[in-house]
Design a protein around this ligand. Structure first.
Ligand SMILES: NC(=O)c1ccc[n+]([C@@H]2O[C@H](COP(=O)([O-])OP(=O)(O)OC[C@H]3O[C@@H](n4cnc5c(N)ncnc54)[C@H](OP(=O)(O)O)[C@@H]3O)[C@@H](O)[C@H]2O)c1
Length: 296
C-alpha cells in the first residue's frame, strides 16, 4: 500500500496515474475532499490531515509500506499572514507523519522547495547549507528536518516552480497563457531565477526513489535556468502569442509580502546520476502541455 497525503494537490494529479501505471501497489488517497478517481486499486480517505488522531487512525488502518506527503500550504505570501496554518501543515503534519511512518515501518517521501535557500548564489546542490528568508521557507526547512529526523527511512525531494497541464490548477504557465489569451497586461519579475520543473519529473523521481528504496535529499528541477520574465517570454514564443503585454518588473518594485530568493533553483546532478532521471527543459514541458491541450 502507498498512502498519498495531499492527494488533491497539483503534484498528486501527475503522480497518481504514474503510480497506477508503473506499480501494482494499492493506493490510499488522503485528501480534504473527495477526488474523482475510479480504480479498483484506489481507496480514498477524506479527512482533515491536521487532526492528529484521525490521521493516526487512517494510517494505522491501512498500514502502508510507503507514505508520500504532498500536503503543504504553498502560497508563500499567505504563509506570512497565517503563520499558524502554515506551521500546522508544513511542519506539525510532517512530524506526525514521520512518527506514524516509524510506527508502521513505512518509507516516507516528502516534497520540499528551493525556498529553503536564500537565493544569494543558486542554483543549489543538495549539500548547500539552507538559509530560508521567508516564513514559508522556514516552515519547509523545519518540515524537512522533521521528516529526516523523525522517520527511519526518509527521502526529501526539493523542487521549484512546478508547472503542468492542469487547467483547473493555476500555475505560472497557466497564469501567463490566460493573460496572453485575454490580452491582459502582466508584470513578471526579471530578477528571480529558477529552473522550472515539469510536474511529471517530480512524479518520476518519487517513483524511482520508492523503487530503488532511496533515502536522503534529492533536487528535482528542469533543464533550463532562467528568470520568471524569460520563462514568460518563452511561453509566449512557444504558443506563438504576442508578448507585448508581458513587461519586466524587479522584485523590489513588485513588493510581494514574502521575501523571495533571487538566484534560486536546483542542481539536479544527483537525481540524474543516482535515479537515472533526465529532466525536461522548458520546450519539452510546453510541448507536452500543447499535446495534451489538443488531445482533449
Ligand atoms: N507548486 C510549486 O511551484 C512548488 C515549488 C516548490 C515546492 N513545492 C512543494 O511541492 C509540494 C506539492 O506542491 P503542489 O504545488 O503540488 O501543492 P498544491 O497544489 O498547492 O496542493 C497542496 C495540497 O496540500 C493540502 N493542503 C493545503 N492547505 C491545507 C490545509 N490548510 N490543511 C490541510 N491540507 C492542506 C491540500 O491537499 P488536499 O487537496 O488533498 O486536501 C492541497 O491540495 C509541496 O510540498 C510544495 O511545498 C511546490
Amino acid at each position: 500500500m502507498i498512502t498519498i497525503i495531499g492527494a488533491g494537490s497539483t503534484t498528486a494529479a501527475s503522480l497518481i496515474p504514474i503510480l497506477l501505471q508503473e506499480t501494482d501497489a494499492p493506493l490510499q488517497l488522503v485528501s480534504s475532499r473527495p477526488l474523482a478517481y475510479e480504480d479498483v486499486r484506489i481507496t480514498q480517505s477524506t479527512i482533515d490531515v491536521r487532526d492528529k488522531n484521525v490521521l493516526k487512525e487512517t494510517i494505522m488502518k491501512s498500514q502502508p509500506e510507503v507514505i508520500i506527503n504532498l500536503a503543504a500550504v504553498t502560497n508563500v505570501d499567505k504563509c506570512e499572514s497565517d503563520k499558524q496554518t502554515c506551521w500546522d501543515v508544513n511542519v506539525t503534519l510532517v512530524e506526525n507523519l514521520a512518527r506514524l511512518a516509524r510506527i508502521v515501518d513505512a518509507r516516507m517521501v516528502h516534497v520540499s522547495t528551493d525556498y529553503v535557500f536564500d537565493g544569494q548564489k543558486g542554483p543549489y546542490a543538495e549539500t548547500a547549507v539552507p538559509h530560508p528568508i521567508s516564513y514559508y521557507g522556514k516552515s519547509k526547512l523545519a518540515g524537512e528536518n522533521a521528516c529526516i529526523v523523525g522517520s527511519m527511512q526518509a527521502a526529501v525531494v526539493r523542487t521549484n516552480v512546478v508547472y503542468g497541464p492542469f487547467v483547473e490548477r493555476p500555475d505560472f504557465v497557466r497564469w501567463v497563457l490566460d493573460a496572453l489569451e485575454s490580452r491582459t497586461p502582466i508584470r513578471v519579475v526579471n530578477d528571480q531565477y529558477s529552473n522550472p520543473t515539469y510536474v511529471d519529473d517530480i512524479s518520476e523521481s518519487i517513483l524511482r526513489i520508492i523503487q530503488k528504496k532511496r533515502s536522503g535529499i534529492y533536487h528535482v528541477g528542469g533543464a533550463d535556468y532562467c528568470s520568471r520574465y524569460e520563462f514568460a517570454l518563452r511561453i509566449a514564443e512557444f504558443f506563438r502569442a504576442d508578448p507585448s503585454n508581458i513587461s519586466p518588473v524587479t522584485t523590489a518594485e513588485l513588493k510581494q509580502p514574502a521575501r523571495r530568493p533571487l538566484k534560486g533553483g536546483l542542481i539536479t546532478l544527483k537525481a540524474e546520476t543516482d535515479l537515472g532521471m533526465k529532466m525536461r527543459g522548458i520546450e519539452s514541458g510546453l510541448s507536452t502541455i500543447r499535446h495534451l491541450m489538443f488531445a482533449k
